[in-house]
Design a protein around this ligand. Structure first.
Ligand code: ADP
Ligand code: ZN
Ligand code: ZN
Length: 730
């Protein structure tokens, strides 16, 4: 017998798939097994992807497999098909997409520990020392225990233990352990669903367990009880003997979220997140593989959980950016992968959000997804939202970063012992310029995104198309000279608060304060337990914070998000404001939200104030169509990088020509536009210069052709090219 093996190597743009002979002493070789094979003069790891009865290759040229590395398969044929689909859809390598599927801890293997237990058949009348008697009593009380625990608890030596083992009074043996300790939670019963919930649950239930591929979008406002819907659908799946995967965004996978699933389904749940060590992740993976659990709750890559009989895949907060792997290959979007997996498994896909991604809602309106709605918050009023125009504040002589209104409300909260959240999305680029009098921000006339300020050359640049102008010092709209670069961040907010309210207890949560492991959790708990009055933070605090005593949320400057140079900035702003506003008034007291901005008429802000998704969607989709952004086109972002700026710029120019030729070769009639080359929003990272070319096309196939050309390019002098098909961040 022969096999095809794909080599597990990541340095090339093209896979090496080679044929090997299976020697007689290896039997039971299956697709999905990890093997060691000879390549040239060394040995390389690879995966069996095909079993062959015969081959046309000359027999004497075919080398035998050296060794099988595990006694289990690391993927089955259905997952292999998913990986092959990913290779084709994202134009990556098979070895790269398989890398997503294979658990990283597999090389460390299973952890075994020594356990010790009593031999129930031993005779009581044998002579034993008092130390030995202590051991026997301990085992009588505790049953089977870890040897290390026994030695520690009783402070006995291993030789004392061994003497009992030698006489057959106790046994010591190796056993597998699961490295992840699951906390014990109180069991909770299911809630009686509301009318709205019941309708949604029944709709989806009709497809579960029927081996049909169905797609649903659940649009439910924050606090409308989406999670309870998920729980009852998972229960149905379990009843049908099917498995479920629940994906949540990284920052939402808090102990509270995990608790909600474990308290309902107990040890039928496995958890996969990036906080696990390789070993812990592998142990969870084995529980799934062995069929010990029926539900997986996890972040993005939990989509590859090795279930074999999936009934339901849920993606909560489906609009979240973290569902796209943007930083490294394969740059996949887990919503697409989940959809494919459901198609392969004939399962149900359920996307849920209070602010669905524009593309998702567009699909739902075109019946590609079945649209389900939850319109009411359970037992809570929506908070009262007020927008404060900051240019009016300035005109009235207040040039603090806090409006008089917000100042007054913070003070009131402090006096009443209620808690306040102050939100400022400083992450990313605050490098846009703005007129402090009227809020004017210079934009690109071609792309309708804000221009990025480049201090060193005194220019404002569009990083999509390269359009640039000298930086403005006088506002073209109102003539004011107070046009400046906006550099306000969370740290500044903290300083101001401490100045204004010296006795307030303040916490800050952003990338800088949460670098260490567990810091996020610690700040959260401190705030939740009432050890601080005010929490200042970036989008990290926009989700999952369910703290009853928070009655005030202040958005310090909504414009920061609004002017991120990305065509999705309007959508992001609306999503963030909606999420943040949802943090106020979760308890018995009503919530107030104050949004500070220079652009009070912007539709993202107006719709967020009115908590009106549909009107936001209608405006946004119109704008997307006018400027031909997704869902009306697909995008391809090509980044050319290298240590020498001139080389990067030259390479970008030749890539541009190549791209242009490739697109023109296509015979199909489609909308295509090549933007750039232009410097990336952050032009230099770790001494690498980065330039980018963005292509918009109504035909994704054309973009795939461009990727294929890029994959075969010969590059020199430290230049690298990476690309992202359907990017979420530009
Ligand atoms: P979402 O996920 O839509 O933001 P949650 O699932 O967190 O909403 O529900 C909000 C709150 O309402 C939670 O405290 C939850 O326990 C409660 N809840 C949900 N469904 C019901 C129900 N049918 N009866 C009573 N309380 C419910
Ligand atoms: Zn102005
Ligand atoms: Zn432009």
């Amino acid at each position: 017998m022969f096999v095809n093996v794909v080599l597990n190597e990541f340095l090339r743009n093209i896979d090496r798939i080679l044929t090997y002979r299976v020697p007689d002493d290896i039997n039971n070789l299956k697709i999905g097994m990890r093997v060691l094979v000879p390549v040239n003069k060394s040995f390389v790891e690879g995966y069996v992807i095909n079993l062959l009865e015969k081959t046309d290759l000359p027999i004497e040229k075919i080398k035998p497999i050296m060794r099988v590395l595990d006694d289990i398969t690391v993927f089955d044929e259905k997952l292999l098909n998913l990986a092959i689909w990913m290779r084709d859809y994202y134009r990556c390598n098979l070895s790269e997409s398989l890398q997503c599927i294979v658990p990283s801890g597999i090389k460390n293997g299973i952890k075994k520990v020594k356990k010790v237990t009593l031999n129930n058949g031993y005779l009581d009348d044998v002579s034993i020392t008092s130390r030995q008697l202590e051991i026997l009593n301990y085992l009588k009380d505790n049953g089977t225990v870890l040897l290390s625990d026994l030695v520690k608890d009783l402070n006995v030596s291993y030789s004392t233990v061994n003497s009992l083992v030698r006489r057959g009074i106790i046994y010591v043996y190796y056993d597998e352990v699961n490295r992840l300790k699951m906390p014990d939670y109180k069991r909770t019963d299911k809630l009686v669903p509301t009318k709205e919930q019941e309708y949604v649950i029944n709709e989806v239930k009709r497809s579960i367990g029927k081996n049909v591929f169905e797609k649903y979008l659940l649009f439910g406002v924050t606090g409308s009880g989406k999670t309870e819907v998920y729980l009852q659908l998972i229960e149905k799946c379990i009843e049908e003997g099917k498995e479920s995967i629940v994906l949540v965004p990284e920052i939402s996978l808090t102990p509270q979220t995990i608790e909600r699933f474990i308290s309902r389904f107990g040890n039928l749940v496995a958890v996969l997140h990036s906080g696990l060590s390789d070993g812990e992740r592998f142990d969870e993976w084995r529980k799934i593989k062995n069929g010990d659990v029926k539900v997986v709750v996890g972040v993005r890559n939990a989509i590859f959980a090795p279930f074999t009989n999936i009934g339901l895949i849920i993606i909560d907060e489906e609009h979240e950016n973290t569902y796209k792997q943007s930083d490294f290959k394969p740059r996949y979007n887990v919503k697409e992968v989940a959809e494919k997996r459901c198609e392969i498994e004939k399962a149900v896909l359920l996307l849920g959000s209070a602010t669905p991604q524009i593309e998702s809602y567009y699909k739902a309106l075109r019946n590609e997804y079945k649209l389900l709605k939850l319109k009411e918050r359970i037992g809570l009023e929506l908070p009262e939202v007020e927008v404060v125009n900051m240019s009016r504040e300035l005109a009235d002589g207040n040039n603090s970063i806090f409006s008089r209104k917000l100042y007054k409300e913070i003070r009131e909260n402090l006096m009443n012992g209620e808690q306040t959240i102050l939100f400022l999305n400083r992450r990313g680029y605050s490098s846009f310029v703005m007129c402090r009098d009227c809020g004017y921000v210079p934009e690109c006339p071609n792309c309708d995104i804000s221009l990025t300020f480049h201090a060193n050359e005194g220019k404002l640049r569009c990083h999509y198309c390269g359009y640039n102008i000298n930086t403005v010092y006088v506002c073209p709209k109102c003539g004011s000279k107070r046009v400046r670069y906006l550099g306000i961040g969370t740290e500044r907010v903290e300083k101001e608060i401490k100045k204004l309210f010296p006795r307030s207890r303040v916490l800050r949560m952003d990338v800088d304060t949460t670098k260490t492991k567990g810091a996020h959790e610690k700040i959260f708990n401190e705030f939740k337990n009432g050890h601080a009055d005010i929490l200042i933070g970036t989008q990290m605090i926009s989700k999952g914070f369910d703290i009853p005593n928070v009655t005030l949320v202040g958005v310090v400057l909504a414009d920061v998000t609004l002017n991120i140079p990305d065509f999705r900035s309007g959508e992001r702003t609306f999503q963030l404001l909606t999420q943040v506003a949802g943090r106020a008034g979760r308890g018995s007291k009503p919530g107030r939200v104050i949004i500070q901005t220079y652009e009070e008429d912007n539709y993202s802000i107006v719709s967020a104030k009115n908590q009106d998704y549909e009107s936001f969607y209608n405006e946004e989709i119109r704008y997307r169509e006018i400027y031909m952004y997704p869902p009306f086109t697909h995008l391809l972002n090509i980044v050319i990088s290298g240590p020498i700026k001139n080389d990067v710029v030259n390479c970008a120019a030749s890539v541009y020509n190549l791209v242009y030729k490739t697109i023109n070769k296509s015979e199909k009639k489609s909308y295509n536009k090549v933007l750039g080359p232009s410097s990336a929003p952050i032009e230099r990272i770790k001494n690498n210069y980065r330039w980018q070319i963005i292509i918009k096309s109504s035909d994704r196939g054309i973009l795939q052709n461009v990727c294929d050309v890029l994959n075969t390019l010969k590059l020199h002098r430290g230049i690298k090219i990476s690309f992202d098909l359907d990017p979420l961040n530009l």
